[in-house]
Design a binder for this molecule. Structure first.
Ligand code: HEM
Length: 127
């Protein structure tokens, strides 16, 4: 029995389009602008590598950067629940744009919800 590899279903081309559509939105989201660099090309390149292996494809991210340790890598940035919500809304809109639909999208997105929640390291404030 061969396991289903989401990366094989989604494919490199759609994944790359997804990441580009995602960072286009991140760059324009008022809650996210303050913590991201102006030039998003390097983080987009790393995200393509990361999501490739997250979806069961080749381990591009680890080959170049070592163990993902995503929570640790996000600690220098203030990730609030509000920002996690903003991140996920950009991703959902990007999935709409590239027409990623059906169970493959639902499964992928659910895993991203869990990962995003895990990245939260700062409470929302009322100030
Ligand atoms: C890097 C924000 C969730 C994957 C970053 C950076 C920021 C950030 C500010 C650093 C950009 C830079 O200066 O280079 C956020 C926020 C999130 C979130 C606000 C909301 C919860 C996620 C999730 C994933 C992810 C869910 C994976 C599924 C990455 C990757 C990098 C990164 C792969 C590059 C790490 C590296 O430098 O090697 N993120 N992130 N992030 N993020 Fe997130």
């Amino acid at each position: 029995e061969k396991r289903i590899v989401p990366y094989d279903i989604i494919g490199e081309e759609t994944l790359n389009k997804l990441v580009d559509a995602f960072y286009y939105r991140v760059a324009r989201h008022p809650d996210l602008i303050p913590i991201f660099p102006e030039d998003l090309s390097e983080v987009a390149r790393k995200q393509k590598q990361f999501l490739t292996q997250f979806l069961g494809g080749p381990t591009l991210y680890s080959n170049e950067h070592g163990h993902p340790m995503m929570r640790a890598r996000h600690l220098p940035h203030e990730i609030t629940p509000k920002r996690a919500k903003a991140w996920l809304s950009c991703m959902s809109a990007a999935m709409d744009e590239v027409k990623l639909e059906g169970p493959i999208r639902e499964q992928f997105f659910s895993r991203l919800v869990l990962t995003a929640q895990h990245m939260v390291n700062t409470p929302d404030t009322t100030k």
